[in-house]
Ligand binder design. Structure first.
Ligand code: 13P
Length: 252
């Protein structure tokens, strides 16, 4: 299975923002393309937006999930609750969760398990800080994040698993990784998946790039052989920019 056999995936991450007008435009654009489109919204908006998107090709996703199945965990939202809203995807291990909420690789592995248990697709975020890149430990860091979350799964599960390479230094900075830097790490991620889960898994897994992707740099990033799509923050709050990125992914 080469790049052409994996469906491109354009995922928006609204973070703690609401931008409802983007949904209607994205639905219209997604309907005209062969791109999987998902917008990951604050949990409180899942029901409402899934209702709007339910008859469209576009999907809705969550941004986080509890590591626990159910019980006395005040403020948490379980995988089953997310599934009941109609969500299809859930971001797990975003660097903002790792940094501001102390999420460890161990916790993130549990969250991936919860997401898969509920038949949602995890979008597992991995990526190094600037300092880790400077110290030449970026590949080690990404490999550890990847293996600790995914080494329990076999080939078939990788049809559902999405990995997003998001270098922390490129997030929200307006300074995207170059296409070469992004491809180098995404190629490494695919090779690493092959090493711990086999060739079939590495061919099925969709690998996204995220970090200041916008309507201007999307074409070059999405043209890379190991980049199957994008995880987009800021530009997913702008209907025209997000639609342009979807169309770019559709042109291949
Ligand atoms: P930006 O596109 O705003 O850099 O955010 C990327 C991101 O964190 C997506 O999850």
């Amino acid at each position: 299975m080469n790049k052409a056999q994996r469906r491109p995936l354009i995922a928006g991450n609204w973070k703690m923002n609401l931008a409802e007008p983007v949904v209607l435009e994205a639905i219209e654009t997604a309907d005209k393309t062969n791109v999987d489109v998902v917008i990951c919204v604050p949990s409180i908006a899942l029901y409402q937006l899934d209702f709007i998107a339910s008859k469209a090709k576009m999907s809705i996703g969550a941004q986080d999930v509890s590591a626990h199945r159910d019980g006395a965990y005040t403020g948490e939202v379980s995988g089953l609750m997310l599934a009941h809203t109609g969500a299809d995807y859930c971001i797990v291990g975003h660097s903002e969760r790792r940094n501001y909420h102390g999420e460890t690789n161990l916790v993130i592995a549990e969250k991936v398990r919860r997401v898969l248990e509920c038949s949602l697709s995890p979008i597992l975020c991995v990526g190094e800080t600037f300092e880790e890149r400077e110290r030449n430990i970026d590949f080690d860091i990404v490999s550890l994040q990847l293996r600790s979350a995914l080494n329990a799964y076999n080939t078939k599960v990788f049809e559902s698993i999405v990995v997003a390479y998001e270098p922390v230094w490129a997030i929200g900075t307006g300074k995207s990784a170059s296409a070469e830097q992004a491809e180098e790490m995404c190629e490494f991620i695919r090779a690493d998946i092959k090493a711990f889960a086999g060739l079939g898994a590495s061919r099925r897994a969709r690998i996204l790039y995220g970090g200041s992707m916008d309507d201007k740099n999307a074409a070059e990033l999405l043209a890379q052989p190991n980049i199957d799509g994008g995880l987009i923050g800021g530009a997913s709050l702008d209907a025209a920019k997000f639609a342009e990125i979807i169309e770019t992914a559709n042109r291949g």
